[in-house]
Design a protein. Structure first.
Lengths: 293, 434
């Protein structure tokens, strides 16, 4: 029989929900509503002349080949950031989980980067990889690589992906470590007694048990790559060379904050919102089926 | 309790009337030496009188302070004076009811104000087509050419005269390269120096309608044969390693200071930095040009920023602003600011005063920018004032980068700048027609 707990009071459940609903309304629904409103308007930066333009902001975007090209850049960037971020932190978590001595030190060091602001992360990697002064670019030159993120789009992409992944590894690492620690030791021992090698034990027991964590991190990392990385891009490449690292959210930031083109910026953030909602629905619909809770 | 509160309120009111000083907020973006100059100007003005108090506040770089001012204006507490960079000029002009023309404030406050005292290439930029001065020119810079004399000597190039034409620059770069120099030439502010100032310097249009100065229906013209020729030329130099790209805006400047790059085109505002930090003998010269182009060299265009007065303030506050601007225009104040910062003098009197003092002889090169600007301007060279200019600058960066890395030819990139720029100009015209 299903066990159900029912509130007798008619107002108490609402009262208990109210704080959370208020937070979501103020910090999500209200700004999202504003974005939709502004996306059908064109105004000067100061908002003194506001004109209704219907879908013109969206039409302008569609007619801009560089905007369409940045979908590809965004897809590439997100796949690289989410893929590398998740796999590297999984490897690190597995290793950290095995360590007996000094585990706290390793864990603290791995979690550290999460406290760094995105723009700082961008500048940090920029300094290491800058063609003239960077330490890493000096090593690369010694190795015979003609490193030039200022003009080579692939090098620039490598740089921003590295910064974005590095920044997110800590977060992923924490969740994987927690996930690993909740895998029952008895299962692993039983498999070991049955003669399964570590590699096999990992793929047949540990990884499936980690799948809810991995799925959660996939959603979070995609959202992170889509929304939270403009600071890194702005500090490291400003979207260049050309538009080779100009992902969708960077253009939203640039047009809205730097160029004060609020109508277009709002229209772009609406497009971005639709994409992320669609992606999340797809992930929950199809990827989640492969998840064992 | 109530009585006590009333007493405190009374005391507060009395103390306010005792120091009936009108505060005037001034938001600016000046750092280091230039930031000190701003604070000194406010302090000295406050000391000359007691009715008004100028309060300067640093609000981040030009883009940041502009964004902050927009937010403050929308919230109803904008500063009185806002420093806006030159690419924001058209936006400020088009935003109706946001600012008050400086000419109007001066007239209504009864302060003697003669627009013709200002250097025309500077003041003209901030003047409406009807002749009214809209904003107060504060820090104006222009594009010049810096070269490393030690590197020139090492390559066996004469240093008494800088290369003055682009063929001479290419020749010098080839000699530097031949003696093992890794970065003969680099370019800062590529759009501003190689397209915008380049156009005015050769007396060719950057955009129609007097480069946007005469109306919002201006369209881009940077794919002319001369522009294509110049960008092709630079692309070839890039291919041969004579020109090395070092990034957008003023980022490349560091590579001149470090001695890595031997020649550089950038702002006059770079002067103070080179003077303080370069550990080699260097020179400052006019921007190179093509000698076969008729009318070249004409004059270069200005950069830097001006002071805008925001609307919706009290009449008394505007009077204070007028007095402050009047103070800033005095030749001795102007001359001192010019000599400290390297920015251009904004009045002819200030220039003459500086010249008479022997400053230019003692500091060779400081007059290069001034001489490039104090000339009779043409409709093609007066200045460039376009809507959505911030985005157009970025488009210039994006497209030129694709020339330097060989993805596009000069013609393709310049055509693309024209097309993408025109889209923005059309939108600006549409959004601001009234």
């Amino acid at each position: 029989m299903e066990k159900r707990v029912v509130f007798r009071s008619s107002w108490l459940p609402w009262a208990l929900l109210a704080p959370q609903v208020t937070v979501i309304a103020v910090f999500f629904f209200w700004p999202a509503g504003q974005a939709i409103l502004q996306s059908v308007q064109q105004s000067d930066p100061f908002g003194t002349s506001v004109e209704w333009v219907g879908l013109e902001n969206f039409r302008n975007l569609w007619n801009d080949p560089t905007y369409l090209a940045s979908f590809y850049t965004t897809a590439l960037f997100s796949v690289l950031v989410a893929g590398l971020g998740i796999s590297i932190s999984l490897v690190l978590a597995v290793f950290a989980d095995r360590i007996v001595k000094g585990a706290l030190v390793y864990k603290t060091l791995l979690i550290w980067p999460y406290a760094v602001a995105p723009a700082v992360a961008g500048v940090l990697w920029l300094f290491m990889l800058a063609p003239s002064v960077g330490v890493v670019s000096y090593w690369l030159r010694v190795l015979g690589v003609d490193w030039d993120p200022l003009l080579n789009g692939r090098h620039a992409m490598t740089m921003v992906v590295a910064a974005a992944v590095w920044k997110q590894i800590s977060y992923n690492f924490l969740f994987f470590l927690a996930g690993l620690q909740s895998v029952p030791k008895s299962l692993i021992e039983a498999a070991a007694i049955d003669g399964a090698r570590p590699w096999r034990r990992f793929w047949t027991i540990v990884f499936p048990l980690l799948s809810p964590t991995t799925f959660f991190l996939l959603v979070i990392n995609i959202v992170y790559a889509f929304f939270d990385t403009f600071g890194i891009i702005d500090a490291a490449t400003e979207g260049g060379p050309g538009k080779d690292t100009s992902i969708l959210v960077y253009k939203v930031y640039y047009d809205g904050i730097k160029a004060m083109d609020l109508g277009s910026s709002a229209a772009q953030s609406v497009v971005l919102m639709v994409i992320v909602i669609a992606l999340t629905v797809v992930q929950f619909r199809y990827v989640e089926k492969k998840v064992n809770y | 309790m109530k009585i006590k509160f009333a007493m405190v309120a009374c005391a507060a009111a009395v103390s306010v009337s005792a120091f009936a000083q009108t505060e005037i907020q001034w938001w600016h973006s000046m750092t280091s030496v230039n930031g000190e100059v701003v604070n000194d100007l406010a302090k000295n003005f406050n000391a000359t009188q007691s009715a008004y108090k100028i309060v300067p506040t640093f609000k981040g770089n030009y883009t940041e302070s502009f964004t902050a001012a927009v937010a403050a204006f929308r919230a109803g507490n904008a500063p009185h004076i806002l420093q806006v960079f030159e690419v924001g000029t058209a936006t400020m002009m088009a935003s109706k009811g946001v600012t008050v023309p400086v000419g109007k404030i001066m007239k209504e406050s009864g302060v003697k104000f003669d627009p013709s005292a200002y250097v025309s290439a500077v003041a003209g930029y901030y003047t409406a087509p009807n002749g009214e001065m809209l904003s107060f020119p504060f820090n104006s810079s222009t594009t010049v050419f810096y070269f490393n004399k030690d590197a020139f000597k090492a390559a066996g190039i004469a240093t008494d005269k800088a290369p003055s034409t682009w063929p001479e620059v290419a020749l010098a770069a080839a000699k530097l390269k031949a003696t093992g120099h890794k970065c003969p030439l680099s370019i800062a502010w590529q759009g501003w120096t190689q397209l915008e100032s380049f156009s005015a310097w050769h007396n060719v249009e950057f955009a129609t309608k007097g480069n946007g100065m005469q109306g919002m229906d201006a369209r881009m013209k940077v794919n002319s044969p001369l522009h294509v020729r110049h960008i092709e030329n630079l692309a070839n130099m890039a291919k041969q390693g004579l020109f090395v790209y070092k990034g957008r805006s003023n980022v490349p400047e560091a590579s001149f200071i470090s001695g890595e790059c031997a020649m550089m085109t950038t702002s006059t505002g770079f002067y103070g930095n080179v003077k303080a930090n370069a550990k080699f003998d260097w020179g400052l010269a006019p921007l190179p040009y093509y000698p076969d182009v008729p009318g070249a060299p004409q004059n270069t265009v200005i950069g830097g920023a001006s002071l805008w007065v925001m609307a919706g303030k009290k009449a008394d506050e505007y009077k204070g602003i007028a007095q402050f601007f009047n103070y800033l225009s005095q030749p001795d104040i102007q001359a001192a600011t010019h000599q400290r910062t390297g920015y251009l003098p904004i009045t002819t009197a200030a220039f003459q005063l500086t010249e008479k003092s022997g400053f230019y002889q003692k500091n060779p090169g400081t007059d290069v920018g001034v001489n490039q600007m104090i000339r009779k301007t043409t409709d093609k060279s007066r200045g460039i004032r376009l809507g959505n200019y911030v985005q157009i600058r970025t488009i210039e960066d994006e497209e030129l980068e694709q020339v330097w890395n060989g993805k596009k030819t000069a013609k393709e990139a310049l055509d693309s700048i024209v097309q993408r720029g025109n889209d923005l100009l059309e939108r600006f015209e549409k959004a601001n027609k009234s």
